[in-house]
Design a protein around this ligand. Sequence first.
Ligand code: ADP
Ligand code: MG
Ligand code: ZN
Length: 475
Amino acid sequence: MASGYEAVIGLEVHAQLLTRTKLFCGCATSFGDSPNTHVCPVCLGLPGALPVMNAEAARLAVRVAVALGLDVHEESTFERKNYFYPDLPKGYQISQYARPFSTGGRLDLDLPGGARRAEIQRVHLEEDAGKSVHGAGGESIVDLNRAGTPLVEIVGAPDLRSPEEASAYLRALRDVLMFVGANDGNLEEGSFRCDANVSVRRAGAAALGTRCEIKNVNSFRFVERAIAFEIARQTELVDAGRPVVQETRGWSERDERTYSLRSKEEAHDYRYFPDPDLPPLVLSRELVEGERAALPELPRAKQARYLGLGLTPYDAKVLTAHPAIARLFDDAQAAYGGDAKRLANFVQTEALSGVVLRGLEAELPASSAQLAELMKLVDAGTISGKQAKEVYAAMAGTARAPAEIVAERGMAVISHEGEITRLCERVLADNAKSVESYRAGKSALFGFFVGAVMKATRGSASPEVVQRVLKRLLG
Ligand code: ADP
Ligand code: MG
Ligand code: ZN
């Protein structure tokens, strides 16, 4: 950006909680079903229908808050956020405003320049709206299956200073939510959505500049690009002494630019007030401490532990890219107990290629037990590292034990010293002339002897043992 200016970014993330049913009714939250098949009087906002809070949603929301280090308040309030929109059947969204259930947390980021901590202002609970689908002929239809799905809104402080920091924040946040099992992290399907608030100011200025809010950009890459565009646009304005208009903007992928959706003058007055149908949300100490105690190892802590096992930062990143992959590695390492770096290499070069990820679900071609057994066969010298890849390919997608495949294919490496000695003696006896030349100084012939022994065993002898034995016999 132009020198003398600083960008300020604060992100608001909406994440769907992975409950079976909606926030205030028993309708299923399943994605992708026929439109308007998961609706009832409560989520349709029919007169007289009363909301009942979903306890599982409260539990998951608390889990998110404690994972991000927020204070969870024993009592909080649901409020109605009133506005008119076709996908909002009640005419208001139930949210938390004046008294959210949690405040004051943080998210640690690893940036190229080092680690950095971003503050989180609050996490609150709210319900999702339905979805308007706009047809090619200009018609619009509304699907209310999503209406009432539980969300946490995670409001970040205006702490971020570049598009790269913003995208690192989003990735780190998504990782935490996925590893605690609260959210499936799917930006495209909209279960993890981000609004980016962006302003610029003169470097060193204490006051924040006027911000624009970019709505619902559905990929990390586009968030980065949208913010970069917005920073450049606002910097140009400020630099020319012109005002930045506070407004809500959209991102056009096609034009690679943000555009105005509505200005502050057109902003809604939501007329928030406490929902008279819902009592205060009460979160007991037991619930909060129970969730805190049950928190799994978070991705950043996992990465640090992997470095301690001798993995590279790159390995650690790849293996913590998804909870199911980290689980595969952790379980395989626990069962294997050998060199973690060797396992990590094998997982990355072989095991990851066939993994299919769908939200939090993963289809793994091989189990941790199969991987561990395979690594043990290599360590024991039964098969070579190269043969391990062949065994893996045969084993992937089946429940077969690697040892069974090794036996079936007659792959076991001949590493028994006595057996190899006999083979070497025979090869040397068959090549007496060459042995003479070798002893006379033609040391390049050593490779020829190794090759002859390997050929005699069709490659199944351990090359290390062959070399050692040949050196002894020739020396
Ligand atoms: P609103 O009620 O309109 O959503 P908030 O004050 O709650 O506004 O802020 C929402 C988000 O906007 C937060 O993530 C915050 O960090 C960010 N934000 C607020 N002011 C600025 C600013 N001047 N520049 C960049 N981001 C900002
Ligand atoms: Mg906002
Ligand atoms: Zn319902």
